[in-house]
Design a protein around this ligand. Sequence first.
Ligand SMILES: C[S@@+](CC[C@H](N)C(=O)[O-])C[C@H]1O[C@@H](n2cnc3c(N)ncnc32)[C@H](O)[C@@H]1O
Ligand code: SF4
Length: 379
Amino acid sequence: MKTNKISIYIHIPFCESRCHYCDFCSSLLPGSNVEKYFKYLRKEIKLHEDFLKDRVIDTVFIGGGTPSSVNSSFIKEIMKDLSDFEFSNDREISIESNPNSLTREKAEAYFSSGINRISLGAQSFNEEILKRIGRIHKKDDIYRALENARSAGFKNINLDLMLALPGQKFSDIEESIKEVKELNLPHISYYSLILEEGTKLFKNHEKSPLSFPTEDEDRIMYHYVVDELKNIGLKQYEISNFAKEGYECRHNITYWKLRNYISFGLSASSNIDNLRYTNYYNFKDYYEALDKNEKPIGFLENLSKTNRMNEFIMMGLRLNSGVDIDEFDKKFNEDFLKIYDKEIETNLKSNLILLEDNNLRLTEKGRDLSNQVELDFFK
Ligand SMILES: C[S@@+](CC[C@H](N)C(=O)[O-])C[C@H]1O[C@@H](n2cnc3c(N)ncnc32)[C@H](O)[C@@H]1O
Ligand code: SF4
């Protein structure tokens, strides 16, 4: 029996329009050759046949861009290709979708192809805000898409929401939480906006400053979200992620625990042992490499043990369960408590961390000063 588990990420770089805050690698439909992309994507997966044959696929995440913006037959073909490999019995297979494009037909096609988790990008329930950040869907589309997912058979559903948006007020967060309570979903991601350079929002803000919530307002909203979601059984397990018990996203936990994952498609990044590599960001380079039967890798680095240890701690601190000390010791063949004895002592004294059940985690105070703790442990 194979025990070597692997997670797979598949990037679908197409969207119907570009949201004002987003800098993910994606190209606009129409005008993109979707058929050609999928032909090459399948070729890339095939190039890794030997690697995948030796492993058990535990999680798959089909993300983007917007996977639901393309014809579901493309997604079904990918799922069929993957079915040649072995999966774990309790596999988690997610697909990202947008409210305006997750039709009943698509939800049913996904479910029947073996996908068992939907991640829906709602961002906000406020029509004004949705417009301001360049979303092309309305509040009602969110309900319609959720209804489509549920009636197709999906139980494991996530909703993405955003904090710290321009013009966002505390009352807006209260309103969103009210909606979330009524929707009774098993998973919520609540991301704080990162104002990415080059995005429309960034440029608009440079031209004439937008009214973003202040840092204090942002913290108040964030703590309100954490408390209210906890009250309805959605426990925080990572800075931006909340789930009912058993619904934590196993695929994302793979990233935060620095376990092995392989990714296919434009701009996709893989992490295999100490190797980290990222595929080409533009279609031309991606296609040219695959035409030569080469892996379309644009950047590859061999991470040193110290770098990986730093990363393991940084990612572990994002999780409410914290840095798993046994996992660290086993992964790096080191003694965590010995290497970081001074850092542990000072941060315990400042009430920034807790050491419990062989896990090192941030206290509530530490959560607000997480950068300081991370820097302290950085070697
Ligand atoms: C790959 S993206 C988009 C998935 C899907 N196309 C959508 O728009 O819902 C996944 C999530 O990242 C979040 N996100 C994207 N850009 C962000 C930014 N600049 N700052 C914070 N969160 C962001 C959004 O909540 C989004 O739903
Ligand atoms: S947020 Fe989603 S739909 Fe909007 S541009 Fe980014 S990937 Fe596309």
